[in-house]
Design a protein around this ligand. Structure first.
Ligand code: PLP
Length: 395
């Protein structure tokens, strides 16, 4: 039995386990140190009360013969899909049909799985630094990868390159840089995709963190985007679902790919893939996700996001006062810190760990252009965030 040799082209260690290993070693050697993580992008605040009571009600239903539910529709329950369309799209002037939305167990799975419907000889375009899942899943598939650097000279929001590509991943607001594309910038990417007959996979897992009313929340706010873009959203960071698991992907019916020179519907291919390999998100969880769209749910998740964004502001301001150069953190929960001159991002990570018992994420782990930066997150508690900054002051 031969294995998929593309897997051998992956870096030996995925970024987050590597950081976890180093952190665990530090903790073992310093058992009394209170290590604070500003590193991995997991949330810390509990699920909203509206979500909890909706899930409790759903559990009750599952316990009664009359209301018990077995397998649900693979694509997601209508009640959730309708709430998504109404609140996330119609409210922004975007119309979608119910069969264009696919509920899933996570944006990570979606951005990785979607590439199964594309040919292995498609060329993939990534911005660098990047959420590593886009890169690694395409390495697994053996695709050629091109990169455009997202650097301070282009405000971490690069313009499309001259080179051809077939699949473009855009993450906005961005993990890790915290930069967010404007409508004008996205318009350029949509034009590029049209010209190159490429598909954009638009990951807007952090759209709920956008504070500036002029910034787009969906790529479908751009004219013509429904002809070239798939959009991925997640409840993980929007509503604390990192452990609960629920996300969705929009695959418009206007999207076409080519097979033997003939047009094929990407929506039809994805439906085939999704319904063949996936059996739907649990009813209980989908009821929880639906509750995010109630008045009460909206208010509660807004408060939690405001809490994280206040952390982001505190981190940004404190680091600036200390003379650091920082980016992001204004429309995203990530702060992109330029490490002091002469240090590497791993070097700075180790320095923060060993001298301050703080964990950050070295930028180099997100790609070559991430060298020289570290990612800090606003997802901690206020208390830990303030203590972390006190420790950095003493560095
Ligand atoms: N997309 C981006 C850009 C992310 O940063 C993350 C999580 O960190 C995900 C997707 C994963 O989302 P989910 O928890 O829905 O799998």
């Amino acid at each position: 039995m031969k294995v998929n040799e593309n897997y051998l082209n992956l870096e030996a260690s995925y970024l987050f386990p590597k950081i976890a290993k180093k952190t665990a070693e530090f903790k073992a050697q310093n058992p009394s140190a209170k290590v604070i993580s500003l590193g991995i992008g997991d949330v810390t605040q509990p699920l909203a009360p509206a979500v909890i009571s909706a899930m409790q009600k759903a559990v009750e239903e599952m316990g009664k013969k009359e209301t018990f539910r077995g397998y649900g529709p693979e694509q997601g329950y209508d009640f959730l899909i309708k709430a998504i369309i109404e609140n996330d799209y119609k409210a922004r002037g975007i119309s979608l049909d119910t069969d264009e939305v696919f509920v899933s167990d996570g944006a990570k799975c979606d951005v990785g799985n979607i590439q199964e419907i594309f040919s292995a000889d498609c060329t993939v375009l990534l911005t660098d630094p990047i959420y590593p899942v886009y890169r690694d899943t395409n390495i697994m598939a053996g695709r050629k990868i091109l990169k455009v650097p997202a650097i301070k000279e282009n405000n971490f929001t690069p313009a499309p390159p001259k080179e051809h590509s077939d699949i473009v991943y855009i993450c906005s607001p961005n993990n890790p840089t915290g930069a967010t594309m404007t409508k004008e910038q996205l318009t350029q990417w949509v034009a590029y995709a049209k010209k190159e007959q490429a598909i954009i996979i638009y990951d807007s897992a952090y759209e709920a963190y956008i504070q500036d009313d002029n910034l787009p929340h969906s790529i479908y706010e751009i004219d013509g985007a429904k002809d070239v873009a798939i959009e991925v959203r997640s409840y993980s960071k929007t509503a604390g679902f990192t452990g609960t698991r629920c996300a969705y992907m929009v695959v418009p019916k206007t999207l076409k790919g080519l097979a033997n020179g003939k047009e094929v519907s990407l929506n039809a291919l994805w439906r085939r893939r999704h319904t063949t390999k996936f059996n739907g998100v649990s009813y209980i969880i989908q009821r929880g996700a639906e509750a995010i769209y109630t008045d009460e749910g909206k208010k509660q998740i807004k408060e939690t996001i405001a809490y994280y964004m206040e952390n982001a502001k505190i981190i940004r301001n404190a680091l600036k006062d200390l003379g650091y150069t920082v980016y992001g953190g204004q429309n995203a929960p990530y702060i992109w810190l330029e490490v002091p001159r002469g240090q590497t991002s791993f070097g700075f990570f180790e320095k923060l760990l060993t001298q301050c018992a703080l964990v950050c994420t070295p930028g180099a782990g997100f790609g070559e252009a991430g060298e020289g930066y570290c990612r800090l997150t606003a997802f901690g508690s206020r208390e830990n965030t303030l203590e972390a900054l006190e420790r950095i002051k003493k560095l």
